[in-house]
Design a protein around this ligand. Structure first.
Ligand SMILES: Cc1cc2nc3c(=O)[nH]c(=O)nc-3n(C[C@H](O)[C@H](O)[C@H](O)COP(=O)(O)O)c2cc1C
Length: 211
């Protein structure tokens, strides 16, 4: 395996908002290719309880984007919080998210990953098992997309209006939506690794607090 290539893919798959090409359609076959890769991800007990809804219909995208925008106040609050704390990098993320919400409906395709199950009164192992059986597949999708010059961004705020989105999309009651992933070609492909808290500061060996 060429680790230069795989490491580059793994370290440069960014949350892309400003550099999505809203004009260029994304071929259905490309999304299907990424989904075939997505479903190679592991699931608890090999349950594979996932379902994937790809939304390309402009009217449905607009309705979903309106649900998303109805929650944009959360982003405004987070922006204010970051700005008040002088946290410029986080403020930039929220400003980018706020601006992105305005054009969300123009993104050519949305992916809504769903998983069978419910979290009401569930124990931590149940919750971990459920979300752990869909998150790796979604990330697989985002990596496969990136390697095909498609950009994605994990979004979650429409989930506050999950019921309305489920009605719109006909999602049955025993499935939950876990995200809304906009998908578009990127403008340019030169993405860089992000600044993160160094690994050494967040890793312990053998005991909590021991480096
Ligand atoms: C669970 C989760 C929920 C997120 N929800 C949103 C969202 O609702 N809207 C948005 O614009 N970005 C959302 N993001 C994207 C994050 O802001 C982004 O991943 C983070 O800032 C790191 O970006 P980077 O990997 O490009 O450095 C979410 C990411 C995750 C993992």
């Amino acid at each position: 395996m060429d680790t230069n290539t795989t490491d580059q893919l793994l370290t440069t798959t960014r949350a892309v908002r400003r550099r999505l090409d809203l004009e260029r359609p994304v071929p259905r076959e490309l999304i299907e290719e990424c989904l075939r890769i997505a479903i190679q991800a592991p699931t608890g007990g090999n349950s594979q309880g996932w379902r994937w809804i790809v939304v390309t219909d402009a009217e449905v995208r607009l309705k979903l984007a309106d649900l998303y925008r109805s929650q944009a106040g959360i982003l405004e609050q987070m922006l204010k919080h970051a700005t008040d704390n002088g946290d410029q990098p986080t403020a930039r993320v929220y400003q980018s998210a706020i601006d992105f919400a305005e054009v969300l409906h123009e993104v050519p395709a949305f992916l809504i990953p769903c998983i069978q199950g419910k979290v009401n009164n569930a124990s931590n192992p149940e919750v971990a098992g459920m979300y752990g059986s869909i998150m790796p597949a979604v990330w697989n999708f985002m990596l496969a997309a990136r390697s095909r010059e498609l950009g994605t961004v994990w979004t979650s705020i429409h989930l506050a209006k999950e019921k309305e989105a489920a009605e719109l999309l006909g999602i049955p009651d025993d499935f939950v939506q876990v995200a809304l992933i906009p998908v578009a070609y990127t403008k340019g492909t030169d993405f860089k690794p992000a600044k993160r808290t160094p690994m050494e500061e967040v890793t312990f060996w053998n005991h909590w607090g021991t480096s």
